[in-house]
Design a protein around this ligand. Structure first.
Ligand code: URA
Length: 423
């Protein structure tokens, strides 16, 4: 094939064949198709979309670009969760050990944060000694013995996606349903999990602001998973407000441990429990008493074992910030809005996130919220506290938060955290 012909086809709203997509992805992975050509193709797909068959073919071609894992040798069923990313989204931390405490294997191959969304590995690395990188043998052994593994994804799974995602990131072509769906699902299918629960976010702090577009993304991903033999379910969840009370790294670990101890903020518990139920149902345990495992210490025991297996000390003190700054309520009333995106950006500017892939994150940096929308507040009451190791960062963080929250006389209309289930 000639890549320029294929670009013309997509530019002019035509349809690419299975053979053409397979050739394109292979040639791009090997470097025969140049970045500028693939960028033009990504923009044509972004603008003109793709049909069902094309999205499936793109996903399969990206899977075929690398290795695939298999869990056939394990004595337990596997189930996995993927979130499209949000502000304060630490759910993987309590969820993986909770589900694993029922004798199910949870292989969470995770990433690092870039921009305002945090990364699970960055959060866990605030635990002294904990390491994200495991050998293949360590990974399988830990799945068999403990069940829960959160570790770095090797570059061997869907390498075509790694290359294409980096290109999309710098060419304004990230927010495309066919491209996001094939990107996420190629990695999850290549990982070899038998079942998968997707947490697809919508709202201010999500990729897809619009609930209808996030529904379409969820439906596309569920279809891709199901067609590839992975039992897939999605929950559509609200990311207009940060999840929980902690946004950062070490503070998100602390909040996760509270959930594992049977406490924690109501929204974090609600989502953890809902996702655990879905995962366990797919793994053959529809009646598992998930709440009991949080209350009686089973989930906590699995967490401690999971952290120790990766050389972390679950009892060690977590990093404390050098400087903190608390913002208080300017008036009496009810906290009305608290927008996820600006809070995510502020935490990032405080040092919790990174601007470039190679930057370090500051584990103690971030934001602790003291009130959530709907809570009554009185003048002078703390609303949230910013933490950083570099006080010069406060100013830009506070700038991001201008207009990000408001106090009103009447209660806000609160929308449910879990908006829909798609199977
Ligand atoms: N996450 C991914 O892995 N890929 C995307 O395209 C978007 C989010």
């Amino acid at each position: 094939f000639d890549v320029v012909d294929l670009i013309h086809t997509k530019r002019d709203r035509g349809t690419l064949s299975t053979e053409q997509i397979s050739w394109l992805v292979d040639a791009y992975t090997r470097g025969y198709v140049a970045d500028e050509q693939m960028a033009a193709m990504a923009m044509a797909i972004f603008l003109n979309g793709m049909g069902r068959d094309e999205v499936r073919d793109l996903t399969l071609a990206m899977i075929a670009s690398g290795e695939t894992l298999s869990f056939d040798g394990l004595s337990k069923p596997t189930t996995d969760k993927h979130s499209t990313g949000g502000v304060g989204d630490k759910i993987t931390l309590p969820l993986a050990p909770l589900v694993a405490s029922f004798g199910v294997a949870v292989p969470q191959l995770s990433g690092r944060g870039l921009g305002h969304t945090g990364g699970t590995l960055d959060k866990l690395e605030s635990i002294p000694g904990w390491r994200a990188k495991l050998t293949n043998d360590e990974f399988y052994a830990q799945l068999e013995s403990i069940g829960a593994v959160v570790c770095a994804a090797g570059s061997g799974l869907a390498p075509a996606d790694g290359k294409l995602y980096a290109l999309r990131d710098i060419t304004g072509t990230v927010e495309s349903i066919p491209l996001i769906a094939s990107s996420i699902m190629s990695k999850k299918i290549a990982e070899g999990t038998a079942s998968l629960v997707l947490d697809v976010k919508f709202g201010s702090g999500a990729f897809m602001k619009d609930p209808e577009r996030s529904r379409e993304l969820a439906e596309t991903m569920v279809r891709l998973g199901t067609d590839a033999g992975v039992n897939t379910v999605a929950l559509l969840t609200n990311m207009n407000v940060p999840l929980g009370l902690a946004i950062g790294n070490a503070n998100e670990v602390r909040e996760s441990v509270e959930v594992l101890a049977g406490g924690g903020p109501a929204d974090v518990v609600e989502l953890t429990v809902a996702l655990a139920r879905e995962m366990l149902a797919l793994a053959g345990q529809p009646d598992a008493d998930v709440e009991a495992a949080l209350k009686d210490g089973r989930a906590m025991d699995t967490w401690n074992a999971m952290i120790r297996a990766q050389d972390g000390d679950p009892d060690a003190a977590l990093a404390e910030p050098k400087e903190s700054h608390t913002v208080t309520a300017e008036a009496d009333g009810i906290l009305s809005t608290q927008e996820a995106l600006p809070f995510g950006i502020a935490a990032w500017r405080l040092g919790a996130g990174r601007a470039r892939k190679e930057d370090p994150v500051h584990h103690a940096a971030g934001i602790d919220l003291h009130a959530k929308p709907g809570d009554p507040v009185t003048k002078g009451q703390p609303l949230f506290t910013l933490h950083t190791d570099e006080p010069a960062r406060f100013e830009r963080a506070l700038e991001a938060l201008e207009g990000a929250y408001s106090i009103a006389d009447t209660p806000p209309t609160l929308t449910p955290l879990i908006a829909a289930r798609i199977a």
